[in-house]
Design a protein around this ligand. Structure first.
Ligand code: SF4
Length: 383
């Protein structure tokens, strides 16, 4: 299986583990941005393979985790409307808003449907012209082009019963916010390969230079991650802060320019609230004025006015700190006790890319300190 098996090769994993151990002369802290990378790291025990001096902390790249609770509350309100078919990606249905979740709304009669793409939601709108079909557009630059395509087609075909609740967020402003924090511990960054496949990585050049932090665009398999770590550490040990592309099999420097053009046509950059974090300037995408008639917040503004929820089941959740790399999942007092996948208090325990879900699934007793290389079988979790 080309492009998969060679990136899960146990021998290569061992080789990179040894190369990293030979390279490192002092402690370093790296952040992997993407939740998919976090899952690979925890699943295969890659962090345990590294020398004790090298710490990996988890970043904000879980699209479900970062979606603002206020937007989820709006989604809950819309999903409960009798004339609305509310379409969402599967991970979103169990994420708590302020007081409940979409699955509960569905159980109470809301027409909530799971889709794999916004074009599926658009097809539903074509089939049910007597209903309002709303698509909950969450995610980073990876999912935004598909949303842009659906909006473009809806406008072109004048489908007037389709709208989009836009929650898209952008990765670079979040990285900048983390690196700009006065107490930032991150010394090197593994950037998310699939995001860069769309955006390219020109924007990262200025970030690496401004914060003097090496950034390595990295893929998602174990060897990808270890190559990314190795390249990052090699720069740190040499006093460099440059952008490298480990994921060259999918990422080019300019990225996917057709996707970028479509996004620029449909979206404008806006401030965006990040769950448990607050509003980051210029960190989200909203529809341009020409497409405001397809914006669910505009179409349903009278029904969304005033807010909806009162209880706060998320009060125990430190998910906002987890996605900023300030805390690890086992630091949360609710981890594995009051918060479990079947009863999540926060998004990182629900999402397939959530850091808490990764620890719960692969390392449930992870409140114990991480073993050092000397006590671990390298790559023990690899197939
Ligand atoms: S364990 Fe649960 S409550 Fe704690 S940070 Fe993770 S999602 Fe939030």
């Amino acid at each position: 299986m080309k492009y998969i098996s060679e990136y899960r090769d146990r021998g290569l994993v061992h080789d990179y583990g040894a190369a990293i151990a030979a390279l490192v002369t002092r402690p370093w802290t790296l952040m992997e941005i993407c939740g998919g990378q976090t899952h690979t790291i925890v699943k295969y025990g890659l962090d345990q393979l590294l020398p004790a001096d090298v710490a990996l902390i988890h970043g904000p790249g879980c699209p479900v985790c970062v979606t603002d609770a206020a937007l989820i509350d709006q989604a809950l309100t819309l999903a409960a409307q009798p004339d609305v078919v509310f379409c969402t990606y599967g991970d979103m249905v169990r994420v708590p808003g302020t007081a409940t979740d979409l699955l509960s709304v569905k159980a109470q009669g809301g027409d909530v449907r799971l889709v794999y793409s916004p074009l599926e939601a658009l097809a539903l709108a074509r089939r049910h012209r007597d209903r309002q079909v709303v698509f909950f557009a969450v995610g980073f630059e990876t999912t935004a082009p598909a949303t842009a395509m659906a909006v473009h087609r809806a406008a072109q075909q004048q489908i007037d019963n389709f709208s989009v609740l836009v929650a898209h967020v952008l990765v670079p402003p979040a990285i900048e916010a983390i690196l700009a924090a006065p107490d930032c511990r991150v010394q090197g960054v593994l950037a998310a390969g699939h995001v860069c496949a769309v955006t390219g990585y020109d924007r990262y050049l200025a970030i690496a230079a401004r914060y003097q932090v090496p950034i390595v665009v990295t893929g998602f398999e174990p060897v990808d991650i270890l190559q990314g770590v190795y390249r990052c550490l090699r720069q740190l040990e040499a006093g460099l802060a440059e952008v490298e592309n480990q994921y060259a099999r999918l990422v080019s420097r300019p990225g996917n320019q057709l996707a970028q053009q479509l996004m620029a046509q449909i979206f404008q950059v806006v401030p965006r609230g990040w769950r448990g974090w607050g509003t980051l300037p210029q960190s989200g995408l909203g529809l341009r004025d020409a497409y405001r008639h397809l914006d669910a917040q505009v179409r349903f503004c009278d029904r969304l006015r005033g807010g909806v929820q009162v209880a706060s089941p998320e009060s125990l959740c430190i998910g906002g700190l987890v996605l900023q790399g300030r805390k690890q999942p086992p630091d949360c007092p609710a981890f594995g006790t009051r918060c479990r996948p079947e009863h999540p208090l926060g998004a990182p325990m629900v999402s397939t890319e959530g850091a808490c879900a990764a620890y719960y699934r692969y390392r449930p007793a992870s409140s114990a300190p991480l073993p050092s290389l000397a006590t671990q079988q390298p790559g023990a979790g690899l197939p």
